[in-house]
Design a protein around this ligand. Structure first.
Ligand code: FAD
Length: 391
């Protein structure tokens, strides 16, 4: 590609990717694979723990209760996670199966069933007795059912980001870490400029994947985003992790009659690594600068009590707890689109606590949008205008 605008000055880069977390590293990978000259800028180190893409595990599933419209993206994302594993030799994905638990009319169960029916996805519906028999770690009340999906499981977020960065760099992308962007602007003659403490960079196109920094970097969009402090807990069960190994314990999301959800994973971090679980939502509002990274005893106690009522062999001893951030939109759907006023800019944010499983396909979409202005993937529901009321 040659640069089109800015007379005289040939730009060094075709595309700048701002933020190299889950989505930015995927975009850098896909853009570099297509032959673009890519500059990636990241505030921190590769696969750091200050944003939204750390903590060792992320749920992947296909019978998606958040909306049947996500399913084609998930099918493609699975293919791309497998490609990442093949091309880098890293262990990224573990298909240990997944259980969506709750009353039959809960969002987790009814929504997953709907998506499974629309897309003809393999699944089983289990009653409480069958759940106890097949997955004895769970103690469901008799009105609880479970949608079991064999294809569900988990991916390793840090390994995913590292794999995507590795492929991007191998394909020629220049990746600069510890170099936060101080600002960006669309140039009057076309193209973009990004400023950092080291200097300024020009390119034909800019892809902005800022995670929890979206309110700052995309302030001009006026998106109603809420950044939330979220907690993750790892417990060591008194009887050891044996019953929680991935051969016999699936990932799960469990919704109670108030609509509150918890989720958890099998024991994937060895005998001492514990078993991870968390509340799905209910985080306090924060910013990346103000987030309180301390996890308090009363927060541990609250989750341990809730968890113990549902998986009685847990919680046992706390191994560790950590914070993370969601960047949530009011309807909990993503924002992925060309910038409404700057055609040389593409934005991806507001992943609302469920974006990781889409990271590779979001990378593909962002590469499509940056290079051609359009994509064949179904992204209509991610338009920013639905949130801002603009035409
Ligand atoms: C506790 C927790 C559990 C989750 N569980 C799941 C799950 O099970 N399944 C699932 O699908 N999703 C899950 N998610 C959501 C998912 O992890 C996120 O949607 C996803 O990681 C968001 O990726 P991102 O690229 O938008 O953000 P990030 O990965 O945080 O990347 C944004 C990057 O931009 C960089 N950046 C910001 N500003 C600048 C700047 N000015 N200059 C340079 N770089 C900058 C940041 O440093 C960061 O690296 C979970 C999230 C959390 C917090």
């Amino acid at each position: 590609m040659t640069s089109a605008a800015s007379p005289g000055a040939a730009r060094a880069y075709d595309v700048i990717v701002l933020g190299l977390g889950a989505m930015g590293s995927a975009a850098a990978d896909r853009l570099a694979a297509r032959g673009s000259r890519v500059l990636g800028l990241e505030r921190f180190t590769p696969a750091h723990a200050h944003g939204s893409s750390h903590g060792g595990s992320r749920i992947v599933r296909q019978s998606y209760f958040e909306g049947a419209g996500y399913v084609p993206l998930l099918l493609r994302s699975y293919e791309l996670f497998e490609r990442l594993e093949r091309e880098t030799g890293r262990e990224i994905m573990l298909r240990c199966g997944g259980l969506m638990l709750g009353r039959e009319d809960s969002a987790a169960v009814a929504g997953s069933r709907h998506s499974a029916a629309v897309w003809d996805l393999p699944h089983e519906l289990l009653d409480a007795a069958e759940i106890r028999r097949r997955f004895p770690a769970f103690a469901p009340g008799k009105d609880v059912v479970g949608l079991y999906e064999e294809r569900a499981g988990l991916v390793r977020p840090e390994e995913t980001v590292r794999a995507q960065l590795q492929l991007a760099a191998a394909a020629g992308a220049e990746l600069r870490f510890g170099e936060p962007a101080a600002g960006w602007r669309a140039l009057p003659g076309g193209g973009v400029e990004v400023r950092t403490a080291e200097g300024s960079y020009a390119a034909d196109h800019l892809v902005i994947c800022p995670g929890a920094w979206a309110p700052e970097l995309l302030a001009d969009l006026g998106l109603p985003l809420r950044v939330e402090r979220q907690l993750m807990f790892w417990f060591q069960p008194a009887g050891g992790v044996g019953p929680y190994l991935p051969e016999r314990h699936p990932i799960y999301i469990w919704e109670d009659p108030t609509g509150s959800q918890i989720y958890g994973f099998p024991a994937i971090d060895g005998p001492e690594g514990g078993v991870k679980g968390a509340f799905f939502r209910s985080g306090a509002e924060c910013t990346p600068d103000t987030i309180d990274r301390t996890v308090y005893p009363e927060e541990i106690e609250e989750f341990a009590t809730y968890l113990g009522a549902r998986l009685p062999g847990l919680p046992g001893r706390l191994v560790r707890a950590a914070t993370c951030m969601y960047t949530t939109t009011p309807d909990e759907h993503f924002v992925i689109a060309p910038h409404p006023r700057h055609p040389a800019v593409t934005v991806a944010c507001g992943f609302s606590g469920h974006g990781f499983k889409f990271a590779p396909v979001v990378g593909e979409i962002l590469a499509d949008l940056a290079l051609t202005g359009e994509t064949a993937h179904p992204i209509g529901m991610f338009r920013p205008e639905r949130l801002t009321g603009a035409a």
